[in-house]
Design a protein around this ligand. Structure first.
Ligand SMILES: [Zn+2]
Length: 289
């Protein structure tokens, strides 16, 4: 085995159909490219993570028959994130941002996707005596340059994170590490070579590559962003469907094979919702990689 892929759910709820589809792609990719699978629990948001959800991730995955080679949980990696922050700070690449949500909305333009593009107001202010006792997040100074990257399914991209989002937070106002920061530190530290995830996260890729470069990783992972579960009209999985957990189905007597078949059908992997074994479901996902 030469590489490593990760499956990285957040324990802010029970696993739903979208997670199962993503897991199928991740494990199928591990077969295709002969990769180890790392299970990462992304509980960086301590306010929303619950121990019960963490336990259920292990249980639900095992119930379907997924096996992994290693695992980690972000809440136990504080010292790793702190070291990464210090490395950025020592090079002057971090600054506190005191802007309120309202200020962020009013004072900055938005990207094509509707995201706020932070123009660096507090970077300028850094030289003045900003009061660090006031609530603030920490932002990373990202270079103003185009990041070229390749998606194994969607093709080539050339994006400038400075124009997509600007300098982005690596630690929030509550002192919690952000998703973007924790992911980059983990992908480096855990030796992740392949990232397979839903295409709703495609927009995060260029900024993650930029941050990983700042953290010392010059060769980014291979990326593949898979399609999402849609309803018959082609719309994304609704909030209500996301709230509906795999566990609820399981508790009401639905079998793993029935769930696998249903998810493969909704994800466009097979033409009918007939029950599938894990092996069959993985073959269906593999065919789309
Ligand atoms: Zn600011």
């Amino acid at each position: 085995m030469c590489g490593k892929i990760r499956f990285a759910p957040s324990p802010t709820g029970y696993l739903h159909e979208g997670h199962l589809l993503s897991a199928l792609y991740v494990w199928a990719a591990s077969h295709k490219w002969n990769l180890q699978v790392h299970l990462r629990i992304e509980d960086h948001d301590r306010g929303r993570a619950r121990d019960e959800y963490i336990r259920s991730i292990y249980e639900d995955l095992a119930w379907f028959g997924f096996r992994w080679d290693s695992q980690s949980i972000q809440s136990e990696r504080e010292s790793v994130y702190r070291r990464a922050l210090e490395s950025l700070e020592s090079r002057g690449l971090v600054y506190p941002c005191f802007c309120s949500r309202k200020q962020l909305e009013e004072e900055n333009p938005k990207s094509e996707t509707g995201e706020i593009v932070y123009r660096g107001k507090c970077l300028v202010r850094r030289e003045m005596d900003a009061d660090a006792s006031q609530p603030h997040n920490l932002r990373v100074v990202i270079p103003d340059k185009v990041i070229k990257w390749h998606d194994l399914r969607l093709g080539d991209f050339a994006e400038n994170p400075k124009l997509q989002c600007g300098d982005f937070p690596i630690r929030d106002r509550d002192g919690q590490w952000t998703y973007q920061f924790a992911v980059c530190v983990d992908d480096i530290d855990e030796g992740i070579t392949h990232v397979v995830r839903g295409e709703d996260l495609r927009n995060s890729t260029a900024r993650q590559i930029a941050l990983m470069e700042l953290l010392g990783r010059s060769t980014p992972p291979f990326y593949l962003h898979h399609g999402l579960i849609t309803d018959p009209t082609g719309k994304k999985l609704s909030k209500r469907e996301k709230a509906h957990s795999l566990r609820q189905d399981r508790d009401s007597g639905v079998s793993a094979e029935e769930l696998l078949g249903r998810v493969c059908f909704k994800g466009g992997l097979v033409p009918s919702p007939a029950p599938l074994s894990l092996e069959q479901a993985l073959s269906a996902a593999l065919a789309l990689l």
